[in-house]
Design a protein around this ligand. Structure first.
Ligand code: SAM
Length: 344
């Protein structure tokens, strides 16, 4: 009975002209970050004035509009979301959609720097699971990558605090860049094997302009799997659901699972169910889109909830992008939006 009531509350997802449903929204709550990961942000980044950021109430209204239009999963990201001071209030507000059954997943991606301090508050605010980014266990490599000398131990403490708070299973994301941290792949696999956390390796992508991306820097998902399999034998797993972005593998000795996200070498535009809300309320239908749809103007112009929902439907019903399927060395030079702004 409870289940039927919840199912009845779920709106049917919107479908674009290619038949792709919008079920997953990634929301950037700040463009600021306490790290300067060299593959993501430049040390000379300028940030938006605070008045341009969506307020808590605006974020809540827009997220609720997505949920009303069939979104099943909300991921809060940035920038570094945990640097935003009123974030717990946002989670407390959004978790009502979990309670009603309209939303299936409310989650967060973080660099882990503030996680040891905030893990319990996140759990209390209604969060079920989190994803933590960690690119190496080697301090020299990690500090060079985060560019602010942040040590590995403090991220590991954050991961432990999240596990103790019950934010599980925890996903650990490692972006692999050739010649920078690819020597850390096997050590990361060994460290997290048997922990219950799911380590996922992400191909280095051509997002933004500040990272000077080149195809030669990409370590392919195939190569990553081969390297781990040589030491820790692996076997493939079925996806958890159709269109899952990470390809799943498990250790043959039963000590856990890993994933690879082949965003560059195996484009998944065809099954993409994502939409992104930028820090200042622009809606982007692709990580590689160059223009967004200004929802903040609608909000601040006095639009009703119904008008907001109609605007979301209007954007999705015209969605045509499939950047990763047409990626070439030429497209890498096209104008792009930085990941910290659009939401990683
Ligand atoms: N600050 C949070 C964090 O570190 O997880 C959230 C934002 S961050 C932009 C989200 C994710 O995007 C991180 O896992 C990061 O490693 C990944 N990312 C950033 N730039 C990337 C790139 N060029 N290629 C692949 N992943 C990237």
């Amino acid at each position: 009975m409870e289940f039927e009531r919840a199912a009845a509350l779920k709106a049917a997802p919107l479908v674009d002209p290619f038949g792709r449903a919008i079920t997953y929204v990634r929301v950037s709550v700040t463009d600021r970050c306490d790290f300067r990961c060299v593959y993501c942000m430049s040390e000379h980044m300028t940030f938006l004035p605070r008045k341009d950021l969506l307020t808590l109430e605006e974020l809540d209204r827009l997220c609720s509009a997505f949920v009303a239009r069939g979104t099943r999963k909300l991921r809060i990201t940035g920038g570094e979301p945990l640097v935003r001071h009123d974030l717990m209030k946002l989670f407390r507000a959004l978790s009502r959609h979990l309670v009603s059954g309209a939303l299936e997943e409310l989650t967060l991606t973080t660099n882990g720097s503030l996680l040891a301090k905030k893990a319990h508050a996140l759990k209390a605010a209604g969060l079920k699971r989190i994803t933590v980014s960690l690119d190496s266990l080697d301090d020299d490599v990690f500090m060079k990558m985060n560019d602010v000398d942040f040590p590995v131990t403090r991220v590991l403490e954050g991961i432990d605090a999240a596990a103790a708070a019950g934010l599980a299973p925890i996903k650990i994301n490692m972006v692999v860049k050739r010649g920078v941290n690819d020597a850390s792949v096997a050590a990361m696999a060994r460290h997290f094997r048997g922990s219950g956390h799911i380590l996922r390796f992400i191909e280095y992508m051509d997002v933004g302009h500040t990272n000077g991306w080149r195809m030669d820097d990409v370590v392919t998902a195939r190569e990553i799997i081969e390297r781990i399999d040589r030491e820790l034998p692996l076997e493939p797993l079925d996806p958890n659901y159709p269109g899952e972005v990470a390809e799943r593998w498990r250790y043959r000795d039963g000590s856990g699972e890993i994933g690879v996200i082949a965003s560059v070498t195996q484009a998944f535009c065809r099954s993409c169910t994502r939409i992104r809300l930028s820090t200042e309320g622009k809606l982007y239908t692709c990580l590689f889109a160059t223009t967004g749809h200004d929802l903040r103007a609608l909000l601040r112009g006095g639009a009703s909830d119904e008008e907001l929902r109609a605007a979301v439907s209007g954007v999705w019903s015209k969605r045509a992008d499939r950047y990763s399927e047409i990626r070439t060395s030429q497209t890498a030079r096209l104008p792009k939006i930085e990941m910290s702004y659009i939401g990683g």
